[in-house]
Design a protein around this ligand. Structure first.
Ligand code: UT7
Length: 354
């Protein structure tokens, strides 16, 4: 068994093995992948489950359908497929991975962390593995965590995955939440980028724990362990005060986007694509207004997948790379917001395998 860490991992095969540990270097994404389960749940299907209508869901959220994992499929199963696709796209073997980060609020188990379960399925036996809980901001938080390790020379090649089985934590009797979420996974391989390329250019992050009650799962953790009463009251399911969350989501994603641009010394006109967390089309439109960015430069797939939490940005990014919208050298701004609250924004030059 080999170990990775400061001073041990930077000579792994591939780019820039001459950079000694402790030296800050540019890091980029060299491949992305995603996966959604095959079962489609449409708004019309939901009309038969709760008192809702297709018209309400489309007009208030922009969502038309979402994917729902099979009973036997867990978050790690979705993550592994997305991860394999990202590795293939990057031309990286599982054995080359130093680090796996899985961001999720729907882990397979309270422990071990889902990244270890992904490692097992991938056969990435050199990697150290960590779970990361930042809700819908998880993909960007995971990217920044991996970027810091790689920039510092503590790892060379990382796999970052945002994956969720949100359907497992929804209250299917609560129409105000169960129509909003879906299952899926998005993944990216991060490595040092060749000289002259920028990769991840800037990131900003913020959190506000004083508002944690607005979006949470109230029971099942150490504060309120599972009892027959908590289960009967569906307190192991997601609860959200949607209208308030909406307001903070717009404000924080727009402000973080502007701050990340400022930090990068760029303006919105330099950005080819904006990838927002896919929570609601109206939130995305409001962010566009605040950033002064037309809808045509936003990557949006909320109509197909709903809100997939930590998976959402990676899923949208992968679709846009694979269908050719995002091309080498494009500057991409990603903005996220989620429970906690947590939020963040990242400006990145898409490098791919360059
Ligand atoms: O990913 C993490 C971040 N999450 C978000 O950013 C989500 C943020 N919030 C939202 O996207 C929106 O607030 C929702 C989509 C959740 C709700 O939209 P809204 O326009 O804020 O609606 P509302 O909560 O103010 O509810 C309006 C009405 C209510 O009825 P009354 O009280 O006005 O009679 C709700 O009971 O709509 C009713 N309603 C529904 N009606 C039909 C709530 N859910 C439904 C439903 N179908 N599914």
């Amino acid at each position: 068994m080999r170990y990775c860490g400061v001073g041990t991992a930077v000579t792994a095969a591939g780019a820039d093995s001459s950079v000694p540990s402790g030296i800050v270097r540019a890091v980029g994404m060299t491949g992305v992948g995603s996966h959604v389960p095959s079962r489609v749940l449409t708004n019309h299907d939901l009309e038969r489950i709760v008192a809702t209508t297709n018209e309400w869901i489309v007009s208030r959220t922009g969502m038309r359908e979402r994917r729902i994992a099979a009973e036997h499929e867990a978050t790690s199963d979705l993550a592994v497929v997305a991860g394999r696709r990202a590795l293939e796209a990057a031309g990286v073997k599982p054995a080359d991975l130093d680090m796996i980060v899985v961001a999720t609020i729907t882990p397979d188990y309270p422990f071990p962390n889902t990244a270890c379960l992904v490692q097992r399925q991938l056969g990435a036996d050199r990697a150290f593995c960590m779970g990361l809980e930042a809700a819908c901001s998880g993909f960007l938080y995971g990217m920044e965590t991996a970027r810091c390790y790689i920039a510092a020379g503590a790892a060379q090649t990382a796999l970052v995955i945002g994956a969720e089985k949100m359907s497992a934590v929804l209250d299917w009797t609560d129409r105000s939440t169960c129509v909003l979420f879906g299952d899926g996974a998005g993944a990216a391989v991060l490595r040092p980028v060749p000289a002259g390329r920028r990769g991840i250019i800037s990131s900003v992050f913020g959190s506000d724990g004083s508002l944690s009650d607005l979006l949470m799962i109230p029971a099942g953790g150490s504060r309120r362990p599972a009892t027959a009463e908590t289960v009967a009251a569906r307190e192991h399911c997601l609860r959200m005060r949607g209208r308030e969350v909406f307001r903070y989501a717009v404000t924080h994603m727009a402000e973080a986007g502007l701050a990340a641009l400022h930090k990068a010394g760029l303006s919105i006109s330099d950005i080819r694509w904006v990838i927002p967390h896919q929570a609601n089309l109206r939130i995305i439109a409001a962010i566009g207004e605040r950033l002064h960015c037309p809808a045509s430069r936003f990557i949006v797939n909320v109509e197909k997948y709903g809100n997939t939490s930590a998976a959402s940005i990676g899923l949208a990014l992968d679709e846009a790379v694979r269908d050719g919208r995002i091309r080498e050298g494009d500057l991409v701004l990603m903005v996220a917001f989620g429970a906690g609250f947590t939020w963040g924004a990242t400006v990145m030059e898409w490098t791919g395998r360059a």
